[in-house]
Design a protein around this ligand. Structure first.
Ligand SMILES: NC(=O)CC[C@H](N)C(=O)O
Length: 361
């Protein structure tokens, strides 16, 4: 069935609907990864966003049971050039269409994704609406222009109650702001004893768990929308080793007095080069973020810049000058993407082994 994708600037793109037959609005963002659509669409950091994939053929290797970054994808919609309805892969269990129907997520194919990506690069991310052809364009454009950005996505995708994943190694509280399973998996592979806690857990509650370290996860939306987590992180600095990933990185920065702002079109893909300032080493990294820590806001805080984006010079890594705390804007767990930065988990484990901090209440 034909569907239309209406943008807030009045652009109308006609395509073929697939997945769930529902109308939805969301911020249109693009991801340039050439593989990994299952991991991308199930990454909770995309909660409420319409994800456009720039790779032109999507769905050809289907969906399998193992590659979900969360079992309930939170994207608003998927926008592609061409969708494959008859996948072929030895691990494939269902088609992309069937998954999106089951999860009530609409898709639209036949879209000129190259043109749309160039438009977003030039003008910034736009809001969009997917609906049937009978819907009046002017009404939708006005609705999109008047609608504010979402602010409650983290509470939608965070776990409701804490749970324990036992291990024989260091005990880590993993603050779930919408974590990708790859982060939990990376800790399990290193034998950590993990307690996954909701985003609004207090520092006191975390310290009562007797943890050796705290990892603050990735997650959707504007980091300023979760003051509870910023407060928790601020209270834990210097008390226990801290590692922040993506949203967790932004929250560490805010907790230390730095500021964040929205990028024009964000970084979303599997091949973003990042430079480590101290060594000059370049890592090719997986990224998915729309906000960034403001470089000039770091001065005057207790943080120092450790990594920068090669493409646009934005902040990619920070460390605390006096406390055991560091963070990166990119995804060391990749999924999908290169494993260049995987050693950051080992650095966190090492930090917990040598930490001078004491968490006992
Ligand atoms: N992947 C993430 O954690 C994204 C962080 C934040 N929501 C951003 O868009 O910048």
């Amino acid at each position: 069935m034909d569907k239309q994708l209406i943008l807030e600037d009045g652009t109308v793109l006609i395509g073929e609907g697939f997945g769930a037959d529902v109308e939805i609005s969301g911020e249109v963002v693009f991801n340039t990864g050439m593989t990994g659509y299952q991991e991308i669409l199930s990454d909770p950091s995309y909660c409420g966003q319409m994800v456009m994939l720039t790779y032109p053929l999507i769905g050809n290797y289907g969906i399998n049971r193992d590659d979900f970054e969360s079992l309930n994808p939170a994207i608003a919609a998927l926008i592609v050039r061409e969708v494959e309805h008859e996948p072929s892969h030895y691990r494939e269990q269902e088609s992309l269409h069937d998954l999106l129907v089951a999860k009530n997520i609409p898709g639209i194919a036949g879209i000129d994704t190259r043109m749309l990506t160039r438009k977003i690069r030039a003008h910034g991310t736009v809001k969009g609406y997917i609906c049937s052809l009978s819907v009046q364009v002017e009404d939708v454009v006005k609705m999109l222009q008047d609608s504010p950005l979402l602010t409650t996505q983290v509470s939608q995708v965070s776990v409701n109650t804490a749970y324990h994943v036992p291990g024989k190694g260091k005990r880590v509280a993993l603050i779930d702001c919408g974590m990708k399973h790859g982060i939990l998996q990376s800790l399990i592979e290193r034998h950590c004893d993990v307690v996954v806690v909701p985003y609004d857990t207090t520092a006191q509650e975390i310290k009562r768990l007797g943890v050796d370290g705290v990892l603050v996860s990735n997650g959707p939306g504007n980091p300023e929308d979760v003051p509870e987590t910023i407060q928790t992180v601020a209270s834990l600095i210097g008390e226990v080793p801290l590692f922040g990933i993506c949203l967790g990185h932004q929250l560490l920065a805010l907790a230390c007095g730095a500021t964040t702002s929205k990028l024009r079109f964000g970084h979303r893909g599997s091949n973003h080069p990042v430079r480590e300032i101290e060594t000059g080493r370049i890592d090719i990294t997986a990224q998915n973020h729309g906000y960034t820590v403001d470089l000039d806001s770091i001065e005057g805080t207790e943080l120092m810049l450790t990594h920068e984006a090669v493409n646009d010079g934005t902040v990619e890594g920070l460390k605390h000058r006096y406390a055991d705390a560091f963070s990166v804007q990119y995804h060391p767990e990749a999924n999908p993407g290169p494993h260049d930065a995987n050693d950051l988990f080992d650095r966190f484990i090492g930090m917990m082994h040598t930490a001078k901090t004491n968490v006992l209440v």
